[in-house]
Design a protein around this ligand. Structure first.
Ligand code: SF4
Ligand code: SF4
Length: 438
């Protein structure tokens, strides 16, 4: 694609980056057919190519973001399905990051929108605050049909039906391997997941310990993914995470680290991008790139170290694997979760059109509830076609969203995290959600 930035404009690092990305697009339109918003809404401006044109025009003319640009970029899920499809390797992820940054800086959103975003950014990344908000939401949940706005209703619908039990291992510390330690790893504690489903971290910890890992559960907060996804500055969170993990590496003066294990693929995508996010910070660029290199999704790491023999009663259970967008498109992790599940003996299916998002996408299901609901309905239908006994996914956003979609559909298959099922299959306790299935 031809661009028309002046030499002066190209001295601006942001515009130079946008220019380099825009030039790689040959406007072939192949990405449109796999873009969930284009497939759902049928509007070229809600396709990757349409959004690229909108951003090109905005950047070239150094115009403040208009209402139209904001509407179409807000509707983008950042699912990155377009990047998987694009034959020219257009770096849409970093282009839309620049577009969202520009919106934050130049566009004044309506008051309610501004406050909703502020509220989400002030609650979700802090697991204690979020846990408290969830308890209040649980009390209000039965009255969600009376909620005055679709966004408020969407928030209440995402509150779990049963509040989760506290897990005793949900505290910072070093957890020894079950037998002799062969690996030393750190585990991302996370934020929203820690409040919504603490059983996921507990299962991940057990499965790692069982596979010869000494696990450090650091005292750190959010990785910055949520704010970054909304176009807000998340560099302080990224720096704090880099500091915490770097201090455990031998180069950082620690005992050394074989991997930084992450069990929420949305977070994994962000942490793996730290090298890019902090590239311009001379104090952090190298450390951030090193931490990003250490980051591994839990399934990637288990695939590397090898899954131990599974219990015989796992054999034959019908499991449908939902691949989160951040897993398959963001991190390009496609086979490890399926290989591990098959190795454990499960009969594994994947839904039709598995490349299309379930509508979760960070806070998308709250901020764009109508589109998110349409995507969810499609996802629930395609999952049902596989007649699963159990559904698994590697991202808490998808687990909450699909769990909400399944309730009341007559499809009784529970959805849990892949690590929870692998924990049970290799000797851990049965996940509470699987009562009646196992
Ligand atoms: S597929 Fe890639 S090159 Fe083609 S229009 Fe989409 S982003 Fe541009
Ligand atoms: S990130 Fe997803 S929703 Fe956004 S343009 Fe690409 S395919 Fe469409």
């Amino acid at each position: 694609m031809q661009t028309h930035f002046s030499p002066e404009q190209l001295t601006d690092e942001r515009l130079a980056t946008a220019d380099a990305i825009l030039r790689t697009c040959v406007h072939c339109g192949m990405c449109t057919s796999t873009c969930p918003t284009y497939v759902t809404l049928g509007d070229e401006l809600d396709s990757p190519r349409g959004r690229i044109y909108l951003m090109k025009d905005m950047f070239e003319n150094e115009r403040p973001a208009t209402k139209e640009v904001v509407q179409h970029l807000d509707r983008c899920l950042s699912c990155l399905s377009c990047m998987t499809t694009c034959p020219s390797s257009v770096d849409y992820m970093h282009l839309v990051d620049l577009g969202r940054q520009h919106i934050e800086e130049t566009y004044k959103r309506p008051l309610v929108d501004r406050w909703t975003r502020k509220l989400l950014a002030a609650l979700i990344p802090y697991h204690r605050r979020f846990g408290l908000a969830m308890k209040l939401g649980w009390l209000a949940r039965p009255f969600r049909a009376l909620a005055p706005t679709a966004r408020m209703r969407a928030m209440l619908e995402l509150v779990p039906q049963h509040l989760p039990q506290h897990e005793p291992t949900d505290r910072p510390g070093v957890y020894e391997a079950e037998a002799e330690a062969q690996y030393r790893v750190a585990m991302l504690p996370g934020c929203a997941q820690r409040a919504l489903a603490p059983s996921i971290n507990a299962a991940t910890l057990r499965v790692l310990q069982r596979h010869g890992c000494q696990v450090t559960y650091p005292d750190v907060g959010c990785c910055g993914s949520l704010r970054h996804h909304m176009g807000q500055d998340a560099l302080d969170e990224a720096r704090a995470m880099v500091d915490a993990i770097w201090a455990m590496t031998s180069a950082g003066g620690g005992a050394g680290l074989d991997a930084f294990v992450i069990n929420a693929s949305g977070c994994g995508t962000t942490v793996k991008d730290y090298g890019h996010m902090l590239a311009d910070d001379p104090d952090y660029a190298d450390k951030a790139a090193a931490v990003a290199d250490l980051a591994k999704d839990v399934t990637e790491w288990l695939e590397t170290i090898g899954l131990r023999a599974a219990r015989p009663d796992a054999a034959g259970l019908r499991v449908t694997y939902h691949s989160a967008c951040s897993m398959q498109h963001g991190q390009q992790i496609k086979t490890p979760p399926i290989t591990l599940l098959k190795r454990a003996g499960f009969t594994v299916s994947q839904p039709r059109d598995g490349h299309l998002c379930c509508g979760s996408a960070g806070t998308y299901n709250i901020l764009q509830p109508e589109i998110a609901d349409r995507l969810l309905a499609r996802k629930v239908e395609t999952l049902a076609e596989t007649v699963p006994q159990i559904i698994v996914a590697g991202n808490i956003g998808c687990i909450s969203q699909i769990g909400r979609g399944l309730s009341g559909t007559g499809n009784n298959a529970p959805i849990i995290h892949t690590a929870e099922l692998l924990d049970w299959a290799t000797g851990g306790p049965a996940p509470a959600a699987l009562e009646g299935v196992l």
